[in-house]
Design a protein around this ligand. Structure first.
Ligand code: PLP
Length: 447
């Protein structure tokens, strides 16, 4: 009875993010009630392994007492402090300092936001400010990668390259340009790593030649493309793209909203390619989804240019909830967990996850298995040889999601027949094995 009334209230009043409102009204909401470790319980008592850590964010797993205690303590002591008027709070200052210590190279300056979309939006504003301060206001064109996702703010959604975020909105995205993705499984140049790198470098150079280097403000990448279907570039792809940007005086932005905080092994994915970007955006694992927070990292050079450019004038960019003390306290508790074994556990669990998913490669529906650490996907096809995608009109993603749910597993089913995995880093061997078994069961039922 209670569930039914919640479903009715949801249908009548709650507008859900990124969903078909009419389909949702028909299917109704699934209400989650509680969670512990990597296990969710819904309102009817059905237990599920969370193979997607909420929305690839609950890196620490659910029910971590130290996080709850840190938030509670901070709520009692000082639930709010603005960063305006030269004020601040201890947790925000400590978190910024610890993040600067952990970040690659000279990314020593941290600007806190409420999540990933406003982190991206903030970089766009900071980048414009930076180029103005340099006396190069004509540098106002931005480039990103097809299949990329950089949030859904009005400006940032133009860097996002997924049709649902553009169609119907009528926003003029005339300063955001794209180059093709490295997408190895379906790349016209084939899957050889060097061929893919060469093609991406050539595409970026061609785009720079077309627009003119003197007009290009920045290039945005995800170290692994997440919402585009977990697309993993070959080793050194990042380094090669970074080198082209450096040559052409184009700022390089690494969007680590998904890949940060141990999701793919190290604290930040950029470290693996030994790349120090000019800006790095993070969110999700920063607070493990317990409370909202994002962080923009900027290099010494960028920070100093912006600061000198403004001189004594205020830089008009900020939010009421920038550097929120409760979020910062949660962030510090998450860092403690990551440093005291969780990242290490995530690396171990990630190896098991990848091994388990690779064991599904012989399944008739599985065309591709890809990923790194605790970020992975399998791509389903009806014909492996021809790589024929599942028929879109049958809404395979929705059906697979529903079947997996009934089998006690939450995964991300992307529209194009890709199943995404991003479990909490606290997963035990049994959790990972359960995710694999339930995936196989779901695939068998889908045949
Ligand atoms: N950037 C990337 C790479 C993301 O994956 C996301 C969200 O999934 C965002 C930005 C936007 O973050 P948020 O949903 O917190 O606004």
């Amino acid at each position: 009875m209670l569930i039914n009334s919640l479903i009715e209230l949801d249908r009548a009043h709650l507008v859900h993010p990124v969903s078909s409102y009419r389909n949702h009204e028909t299917s109704g909401v699934r209400v989650l009630r509680s969670a512990k470790g990597a296990t969710l319980t819904d309102a009817s008592g059905h237990q599920l392994l969370d193979g997607f850590a909420g929305l690839w964010c609950v890196n620490a797993g659910y029910g971590q007492d130290s996080i709850v205690e840190a938030a509670t303590r901070q709520l009692r002591e000082l639930p709010y402090a603005t960063g305006y008027f030269g004020l601040g709070s201890e947790p925000a200052i400590r978190l910024a300092a610890r993040l600067a210590e952990l970040a690659p190279g000279d990314l020593n300056h941290v600007y806190f936001t409420l999540g990933g979309s406003d982190a991206i939006d903030s970089t766009i504003r900071f980048i414009r400010y930076y180029h103005h301060a340099e006396g190069l206001p004509q540098k106002d064109q931005f480039i990103s990668v097809e299949q990329g996702y950089h949030g859904s703010s009005t400006a940032g959604s133009g860097l996002t390259a997924l049709p649902a975020f553009h169609v119907g909105f009528g926003v003029p995205y005339n300063w955001q340009h794209k180059i093709p993705s490295h997408y190895a499984y379906r790349n016209p140049v084939g899957s050889h790593p060097q061929a893919i790198i060469d093609a991406s470098v050539a595409a970026l150079r061609a785009k720079i030649a077309e627009l003119g280097a003197d007009r290009i403000a920045a290039f945005y990448i995800e170290p692994i493309q997440g919402s585009g279907g977990v697309l993993v570039p070959p080793p050194s792809w990042l380094k090669s793209m970074h080198a082209v940007c450096k040559e052409n005086d184009i700022l390089f932005v690494a969007d680590e909203v998904i890949t940060g905080f141990g999701r793919v092994g190290p604290f930040f994915a950029c470290e693996e390619d030994d790349v120090v970007p000019d800006f790095m955006t993070t969110a999700k694992g920063l607070t493990s989804g317990y409370v909202p927070m994002g962080a923009v990292f900027m290099s010494d050079r960028v920070y100093d240019t912006i600061a000198d450019g403004a001189g004594k004038m205020a830089i008009g960019h900020g939010y009421t909830y920038s550097a929120h003390p409760v979020s910062a306290a949660v962030g510090l508790a998450c860092l403690d967990l990551y440093e005291n074994g969780l990242l290490e556990n995530g690396r171990k669990a990630g190896r098991r996850l990848m091994e388990g998913l690779r064991s599904l490669a012989d399944h008739p529906l599985v065309g591709d298995v890809r990923g790194r650490g605790m970020l992975a996907a399998i791509e389903l096809v009806t014909d492996k040889h021809r790589k024929t995608p599942l028929p879109a009109q049958a809404d395979p993603a929705r059906r697979i999601f529903d079947r997996a749910w009934d089998n006690g597993l939450v995964i991300r089913a992307f529209a194009q027949g890709v199943l995404g995995y991003a479990p909490p880093l606290c997963c035990t061997n049994d959790d990972i094995d359960g995710i694999i078994e339930r995936t196989r069961m779901t695939l068998d039922q889908t045949l």
